[in-house]
Write a protein that binds this ligand. Structure first.
Ligand code: HXC
Ligand code: NAP
Length: 283
């Protein structure tokens, strides 16, 4: 589906591109023709990641919570790359906590990275596009499957991602006049060091978790990266203000009897349903 020209002439900044899903997306953008820049807080990690992504990849140590730093980075990259055309708001923070134990600073630290960081980068990227008069540029925001439903035990992240979702939809309309598209991806579980160490640190919890996924497996980084390439490319030029879920069907597990899906082998399930039938159906 993609060639080395799919993202030709594109200059894309991936926030949090030094690790996990951000790194996977940055690698694919580069492989399919884009000039790529990544940012994050840890310079060493960014340097190593830039080498992995490929020749010409730029990196900047920048905390997305710091508006002035974001502003300076955006201007610098725009000049150095000859005009940024794409932004992926991927940088995030998250942890498990009881809501009643959250300190105000703990809540702020997540909201500041996820929601305010996304606003900072988006605002500066948007202004560059508007001032330059460039057309056909694109912003992709990485949210989660609990963006719409909320989720227990990750309250700050749930609130912040819902805000990012609202930002996506609001600006998809407001900035369509400037030919800037905004879309989102809602990933289900994709194993990364950052997410797993904080959210699924225990093997037995992880095994329980896997049972929730109809596909019976976690997502692979390339699967998410392919979707991101599509959404950042002209192949999706008429897709605007959309959030694409990629989760192996996990979000649909709210259906009341879906719990049977991964509870026992199919044959055993059939035996069980037949047993229920024989005790309830008309003789
Ligand atoms: C409760 C916590 C906490 C925890 C930190 N805090 N960790 N509170 N439980 N586990 C509190 C601290 O006590 C402090 O509050 C405040 O949060 C800020 O903590 P710092 O350590 O000073 O923050 P900082 O150095 O800025 O680090 C940010 C961070 C950290 C978010 C806390 O975890 C981080 O750098 N994360 C980046 C990577 C990441 O989280 N990746 C996962 C993304 S996965 P006080 O009051 O004590 O000062 C994702 C979706 C996954 O988003 C979905 C999977 C299916
Ligand atoms: P990750 O590897 O921990 O990625 C988070 C990245 O954000 C890191 O590279 C981190 O780099 C950067 N970052 C954090 N705070 C920052 C700040 N203040 N300024 C700049 N950069 C910052 O985790 P991941 O799993 O790949 O997550 C990537 C995205 O996918 C996130 O938006 C996450 O919410 C979303 N997501 C992931 C999953 C999953 O299953 N993995 C599921 C749903 C959604 P530094 O530490 O160097 O700053």
């Amino acid at each position: 589906m993609f060639t080395q020209n799919t993202l030709k002439n594109q200059c894309i900044l991936v926030t949090g591109g030094g690790s996990g899903l951000g790194l996977a997306m940055a690698r694919s953008f580069h492989a399919f023709g884009a000039h790529v820049a990544i940012c994050g807080r840890k310079e060493d990690r960014l340097r190593t990641a830039a080498e992995q992504i490929g020749v010409g990849t730029l990196y900047r140590a920048c905390d997305v919570r710091d508006f002035d730093a974001v502003s300076a980075m955006m201007k610098e990259l725009d000049e150095e790359m000859g005009g940024l055309t794409g932004l992926v708001n991927n940088a995030a923070g998250n942890f498990l906590s009881l809501a009643e134990d959250l300190s105000p600073n703990a809540f702020s630290s997540i909201v500041d990275i996820v929601l305010k960081g996304t606003f900072h980068c988006t605002r500066e990227f948007g202004r560059l596009q508007i001032e330059s008069g460039r057309k056909g540029t694109s912003i992709l925001n990485i949210v989660t499957t609990y963006t719409e439903t909320g989720s227990a035990f990750v309250l700050p992240s749930a609130c912040a991602k819902a805000g990012v979702y609202a930002l996506t939809n609001s600006l998809a309309v407001e900035w369509a006049a400037y030919s800037i598209r905004l879309n989102a991806i809602a990933p289900g579980p994709f194993p990364t060091e950052g997410a797993w160490s904080r959210l699924l640190p225990d093997k037995s919890i992880e095994e329980q978790y896997l049972k929730r996924i109809p596909a019976g497996r976690y997502g692979q980084h390339d699967e998410l990266a392919n979707l991101a390439v599509f959404l950042m490319s002209d192949l999706s030029a008429y897709i605007n203000g959309h959030c694409v879920t990629i989760d192996g069907g996990e979000r649909l597990m709210a259906g009341q009897f879906n719990l049977f899906a991964n509870m026992m082998p199919r044959e055993q399930l059939k035996f069980f349903f037949d047993m229920v039938k024989s005790s309830t159906a008309k003789k």
